[in-house]
Design a protein around this ligand. Structure first.
Ligand SMILES: [Zn+2]
Length: 429
């Protein structure tokens, strides 16, 4: 048993908040109430004075690189990074090697996930070999434990394939997530076409590459009724497209969802100029107007999910020239503090709204028993000091490809509890 005393509980799902203690037993929350006393001698007590107690965070967009690219990250180090960031549930993307288009790889990933202290789940691929042509056996993959489908990393170009995949996802009642970037319009990925591409003297990646596919997939989602998730939105036009489609879909039960990453709501293409490959990601960081549109979308509910797109790469890989280095940055260990610093301190979201987009909403889309605090619910809890400032430095991830190193951020994860067990504790003080 574990008793969390003196904290300020915030449950974004029920809206309940206040000075409430939480008692866990095994993997479940046994009791929530005022002034709970220690029920047994051996019972562990955590003093959460001055801390927020929130549901363990849920990230539905991470790359743990196993199997195939474990020089960048593996499921065990990825899970450690997640726990340090306050996450107790993650959903892996399927662009590993081999890819997750088959039950064998899916089962391997889930088994490796079970050896960590947190809940590691995974999407399966939409198409065989991520080639965009032939659908995977989505039903068999769902039965084997896939919580959703995606070819994240490689955009789906064939409209008929996307339609069929959405119909199948709708039939299976599972979400399908889309990386929206038409490669036909991109000269160099990861760098915005505009000021940043001009700086590097390259063609870059124009916003139209994203907008055209977002438009196509919103239309298909409204037609098929599939629960779709537009991943890592980067352009203001995409936010506006999602806003109108979402309002339309809300009439028949919202089936359109969208993610923003912390880097897209924090940085612009100026970061690419300043940090080079450490700020190269797909889709790229764009302009200040785009960043503000993403924040407005988060504030009015158009964008209901914050996901990191945690994408580890080695220092050697990121040391390559701008057009050759791989795209992506790590995100699990900075996500919450970027949310508090940019969105809460910025006055755009309350802490409860931020936590909802980082736990309750993504859990709901992927039908996960997570993202809430209630008696009988999972004992997945994060204790946060919302005021403490810290400089981004060392990482539990194998990788350190982050443009945020050296930046002072507000809000620190102090303790992460998963299944009633402490999986991370901040030893700094
Ligand atoms: Zn992606």
């Amino acid at each position: 048993m574990l008793l969390i005393q003196n904290g300020y509980m915030v449950d974004p799902k029920s809206g309940r908040e206040g000075k409430l203690d939480i008692l866990t037993d095994g993997g479940k929350i046994l009791q929530i109430g005022e002034g709970l006393s220690k029920p047994c001698q051996e019972c562990e007590v955590i003093d959460a004075k001055g801390l927020l107690a929130a549901p363990g965070l849920v990230d539905v967009h991470v790359h743990f690189r196993e199997p195939g690219f474990t020089h960048k990250e593996d499921i065990s180090t990825g899970a450690a990074a997640a726990a340090k960031g306050g996450f107790t549930t993650v959903v892996l993307m399927a662009n590993t090697k081999p890819v997750v288009d088959n039950e064998e790889t899916l089962k391997f990933v889930l088994e490796r996930g079970r050896q960590t202290g947190i809940h590691v789940l995974t999407c399966a691929n939409v198409t065989m070999g991520m080639k965009g042509q032939e659908l995977t056996d989505m039903e068999a993959l769902a039965k084997a434990g896939a919580v959703g489908f995606t070819d994240d990393g490689v955009p789906l170009m064939e409209e008929s394939v996307v339609r069929k995949a959405m119909e199948e996802a709708a039939r299976l009642n599972l979400p399908i997530s889309f990386h929206e970037e038409d490669p036909g319009l991109i000269e160099n990925n990861g760098i915005n076409r505009g000021k940043a591409s001009a700086h590097f003297g390259i063609g870059g990646s124009p916003r139209e590459a994203e907008i055209t596919l977002v438009e196509r997939d919103l239309k298909l989602a409204l037609e098929t009724g599939a629960h779709i998730n537009i991943q890592h939105i980067s352009a203001k036009e995409s936010v506006e497209l999602v806003r109108s489609a979402m309002q339309y879909s809300a009439m028949q039960g919202r089936n359109i969802h969208a993610e923003a990453t912390p880097h897209h709501f924090t940085l612009t293409e100026d970061a690419a100029i300043q940090y080079g490959t450490l700020a190269k990601m797909n889709p790229p960081l764009r302009e200040e107007e785009d960043r503000l549109a993403i924040i407005a979308g988060l504030a009015d509910g158009t964008i209901d999910i914050i996901a990191t797109d945690h994408a580890p790469h080695t220092a050697e890989e990121k040391a390559k020239p701008i057009t050759e280095a791989p795209s992506g940055i790590i995100g699990l260990e900075t996500a919450l503090s970027l949310g508090i610093t940019v969105l809460v301190e910025g006055g755009y979201l309350t802490i409860k709204e931020l936590l909802r987009k980082m736990s309750t909403n993504p859990a709901a889309l992927y039908h996960l028993d997570a993202g809430y605090l209630a008696e009988g619910g999972p004992a997945d809890i994060v204790l946060i000091d919302p005021k403490e400032k810290a400089v981004v430095g060392s990482f539990a991830s194998k990788a350190s490809n982050s443009p945020f190193v050296g930046r002072e951020l507000t809000g620190k994860v102090k303790v992460t509890i998963c299944n009633g067990k402490v999986v991370y504790r901040d030893d700094a003080d």
